[in-house]
Ligand binder design. Structure first.
Ligand code: NAP
Length: 532
């Protein structure tokens, strides 16, 4: 059956390429800015429909993963085009559901499209196979060596939980889906309730691309519904072989527990919480404190603070330069308007988090932005404490998701280092420095490398490039698996595993490993990289 791109959400799921109205009750999207219910009603999944999505994904796996690379790349490119073909309706619906500004959503759509195209280029390039050839050494003494060949294959169907804060780039056709599809893994997405219509529109685009490029029916499904049972069922389903998740620590850990308790445990790649420390070194602070303070305030409120890389904490040495910095940052925050958060729950969690942090011993409030006007408006907040207090109270180390940041004044560099060491794992760690600070920065590098997936200088962590070298990951609780990244082309590695072929006749070998390298891909041949 041909799936058309529809110009308005219909309240449907996409199960194995077909539009399906679930019979598990009705669910409505909400307009984030007003709290109004949005049409249409979404038919929720039943257990039988979740079962069907997983079974179809399992049935599609072998056919999909064995397609020529060029076919899979064409599928990813067709998804990118189909998303563009949705036109303004996608942005309008996403804006209504999330209250994110139109310009931001247009940028996010471009990022989503380019991300899909980038993964298409990765698939075409062929290095993702990780082909390695150790040729036979029949004369080797005392024992001959057999012909050994290795390549990577997809893990199997992947369950993806769309993120609330990136309704396009980290949701239905976002980084997790793109990297899983690139790896040859069918995908079942659990729609985030914060953008149901956006999810359906993008799912229709994927279904149209799958149809047009003749993909197996179960290569993609979108399930919608209320309650944790859908996510729990997906993660527990025997056909699902890996999970991609972005959201709360509580949610990520709950899904990880289910994955670990299965008869066959599976990996969960959950991106959860991070407070993204920014260290201000003394010479930079003295020379450029005012400018850094203004840029910092902009970064704190960007996207209503709803970035996983939001700079939640600043560390610097106590003194006049830091006092001046605090004063400029406080003035800048006080001018920032309150803005609508993604959901009532996220807004409520923000208000609770700020109130809790502000009441802790040793924390003072430096500034609050303009008062809220709408129901889910978050008021930006700037707080200050001392290194000693931060070290003594782990409650200060928790993420407050939203436009809130805490400045920690440290007695000396030893205390600043101790604060960094005490922190848990982070997605990013930032250093603001001038040349005269390099020696001090050198002493911080080993700590920063241990704590964060990305270490950056003289910038702010908000804004994540999708490229080959990007790492959007980090030690727990930034992610559940510190060895990986969820942004950038290395994200494909999460959904691949190596297989070794020993003394396999050439005719039975997969193309990437055949003796005459018919795909002309880069391979490690007896330790030497070549395309021979
Ligand atoms: P969430 O509550 O963790 O939900 C994310 C997705 O996972 C939703 O589809 C949700 O489904 C599902 N889910 C959550 N817990 C589950 C469970 N126990 N079993 C099965 N499925 C489960 O995240 P959110 O709604 O996006 O935001 C809530 C909080 O997460 C924020 O306030 C913030 O603290 C944090 N967050 C952090 C980041 C980050 O990048 N650091 C990004 C987004 C959110 P249902 O909603 O349908 O149950």
């Amino acid at each position: 059956m041909q799936t058309q791109v529809s110009f308005d959400p219909q309240g449907d799921m996409i199960i194995g390429g077909e539009s399906v109205k679930g019979a598990g009750g009705a669910l409505y999207a909400l307009a984030a800015a007003t709290g109004e219910t949005l049409e249409p009603a979404f038919g929720c999944a039943t257990p039988a429909l979740v079962e069907r999505a997983c079974a179809l994904a399992g049935a599609a796996f072998d056919a999909y993963r064995q397609l020529p690379d060029a076919r899979r790349a064409a599928f990813l490119e067709a998804i990118a085009q189909a998303i563009l073909d949705l036109g303004p309706v996608l942005i309008e619906r996403a804006h209504l559901e999330t209250a994110l500004p139109v310009a931001r959503l247009e940028g996010e759509r471009m990022r989503t499209v380019n991300q899909l195209k980038l993964f298409a280029s990765v698939v075409r390039d062929g290095r993702w196979h990780g082909a390695v050839v150790d040729t036979a050494q029949p004369q080797r003494a005392p024992l001959p060596r057999q012909d050994l060949r290795m390549r990577r294959v997809g893990l199997g169907p992947v369950a993806v939980f769309g993120a609330s804060n990136f309704p396009l780039a980290f949701s239905v056709a976002g980084g997790d889906t793109a990297s899983a599809l690139a790896a040859g893994c069918p995908v079942v997405v659990k729609a985030h309730p914060a953008h149901l219509g956006t999810s359906e529109l993008v799912a229709r685009a994927i279904a149209r691309a799958a149809h047009d490029t003749q993909m197996p029916a179960g290569v993609f499904s979108l399930v919608i519904g209320e309650g944790t049972w859908i996510g729990e069922t997906l993660v527990a389903h025997p056909e699902i072989q890996a999970v991609g998740f972005t959201g709360s620590r509580q949610g990520g850990l709950a899904l990880q527990r289910i994955a670990q308790a299965r008869a066959e445990p599976i990996p969960v790649y959950a991106e959860m919480s991070s407070i993204n420390p920014v260290v201000l070194l003394p010479h930079a602070l003295a020379a450029r404190g005012e400018q850094i303070a203004r840029d910092y305030a902009d970064s704190v409120v960007m996207g209503v603070g709803q970035f996983c890389t939001n700079p939640g904490i600043v560390l610097a040495l106590a003194g006049e330069a830091l006092d001046a910095f605090c004063s400029t940052a406080a003035q800048a925050i006080a001018t920032k308007t309150a803005a609508t958060m993604l959901t009532p729950n996220i807004h409520a969690a923000y208000c609770r988090g700020v109130a809790h942090l502000a009441e802790l011993d040793g924390v003072t409030t430096l500034a609050r932005g303009a008062e809220a006007r709408g129901p889910n408006d978050a008021v930006p907040v700037l707080l200050r404490t001392q290194g000693r207090a931060f070290l003594a109270d782990a409650a200060m180390h928790e993420e407050v998701f939203g436009p809130c940041s805490l400045i920690v004044a440290c007695r000396d560099i030893d205390e600043l280092q101790a604060v960094l060491r005490r922190m848990s794992g982070q997605l990013t760690a930032t250093v603001q420095l001038d040349e005269a600070d390099y020696a001090q920065a050198q002493t911080l590098m080993p700590i920063l490398e241990r704590k964060a997936g990305r270490v950056l200088f003289n910038g702010f962590p908000t804004g994540v490039e999708v490229s080959h070298a990007m790492v959007h990951g980090g030690p727990f609780p930034a992610t559940s698996d510190t060895r990986t990244t969820s942004v950038g082309t290395a994200a494909i590695d999460r959904f691949l595993r190596p297989v070794c072929y020993q003394a396999v006749p050439d005719v039975l070998l997969p193309d990437p490993l055949k003796h005459d390298n018919p795909m002309a891909i880069w391979r490690l041949n007896d330790g030497e990289l070549s395309r021979d």
